[in-house]
Unconditional design. Structure first.
Ligand code: NDP
Length: 330
């Protein structure tokens, strides 16, 4: 079976040389194990941090060993009670075509009619939960509030904006990195959207949300966060979800320079890691799953074909090649 190993650690932007496509022998499954053939694997921004040799909330990838991350697959052979050939499973051993796994490391998921299994890597999985928890629990969004979300055409951001609208937001603004994405945000029901490459984020946000905002869902950091702090009302909240603008930076970013405004405006800036909120998964699946079945929420995907193209998919994700969730079909 083929897998992708970490060949070297990037400094700044990752390049294809940082990855190695190799053939590996798989052991036969032992008692309590299953052989899984992966159907889809996820590429996610947090994987960039794991390519560095630094301690974080997830350990770094190891040189010369396969990368890992979310994947959905089909059980091919089972020696574990409760799992049988043909079952659809979600697990953390992506970046490879097949894997032999202890049953405890996989979670059986139900195929949903008319929905690709890759949804478990996006709207019905980690990014969906991130959007749901970040907006509702961390930012404590309430009906009639105005929301700004950056990275708005991506997996998490596109769901944040749509959930806010479905829950009665008075105004939802998104920012993204191309005119096509901005037009698409309007199709998704955003009230306003702008291309952050067109000019200073602060000025564009003032035009797109002239009455200000109550909640900022931050996927980007840096100048986006600074612009949002300027636009937030007294008592405003920020869900600090990610800072993709600085993941490949070799120098620390200086923005936001206006953080002192948090004092007078009694702002709350609250970071979170989705893994701490798995107890909310059933609520998210019930609510967002229903919207999905009713056609009230759009779960865009960008699908790249083939394990050999997974490094390109990952690098593309960091550059904005995706609309919605970026996945690789194996
Ligand atoms: P996305 O699908 O949003 O993909 C990343 C997007 O980031 C790209 O499509 C690109 O879109 C945008 N981007 C890249 N560089 C920049 C830049 N310099 N400035 C602005 N936008 C940029 O990924 P996810 O939805 O999976 O993740 C979104 C964010 O949420 C990330 O920051 C991620 O780390 C974070 N996250 C945090 C979690 C947590 O537990 N806290 C869990 C999951 C995700 P564009 O074309 O618009 O530039």
């Amino acid at each position: 079976s083929r897998q992708i190993n970490l060949a070297s650690r990037p400094s700044g932007w990752p390049t294809p040389d940082n990855f190695d496509l190799v053939e590996a022998d798989l052991p036969a499954p032992q008692e309590g194990q299953v052989l899984v053939r992966n159907l889809f694997m996820s590429v996610d921004p947090y994987m960039r941090g794991r390519m560095n040799d630094v301690e974080s909330y997830v350990p770094p990838f190891r040189l010369g060993e396969p990368l890992d991350g979310g994947a959905v697959g089909e059980v091919v052979e089972s020696r574990a009670p409760g799992l049988k050939a043909g079952d659809l499973v979600l697990h953390g051993f992506g970046w490879r075509e097949q894997a032999v796994l202890d049953a405890a490391r996989v979670r059986r998921v139900e195929p949903v009619e008319g929905v690709s299994p890759s949804a478990y890597l996006g709207v019905l999985g980690m990014p969906g939960l991130t959007a749901y928890v970040g907006l509702l629990d961390i930012a404590e969004f309430k009906e009639e509030e105005a929301v700004f979300v950056s990275g708005a055409a991506g997996a998490v951001g596109s769901l944040v904006g749509q959930i806010a609208k479905l829950k009665g937001a008075s105004w939802v603004v998104g920012s993204a990195g191309s005119d096509e994405k901005v037009a698409h945000l309007r199709e998704l029901g955003f009230d306003a959207a702008f291309n952050y490459r067109d000019g200073p984020v602060g000025e564009q946000l003032r035009q797109a949300a002239p009455d200000g905002i109550d909640v900022y869902f931050d996927n980007v950091g840096a100048d986006h966060l600074e612009a949002a702090i300027d636009a937030l009302h007294v008592g405003g909240r920020v869900a600090m979800c990610g800072a993709i603008a600085v993941y490949n930076a070799t120098e620390p970013a200086c923005a936001p320079r206006n953080l002192f405004l948090a004092v007078g405006r009694r702002l709350t800036l609250r970071g979170f890691i989705v893994g701490d909120h798995s107890a909310r998964m059933p609520d998210m699946i019930a609510e967002v799953g229903a919207w999905l079945r009713e056609g009230r929420i759009t779960a865009d995907e960008t699908v790249v074909e083939g394990l050999e193209n997974a490094p390109e998919a990952f690098i593309g994700l960091l550059r904005g090649a995706n609309t919605g969730k970026m996945v690789v079909r194996l």
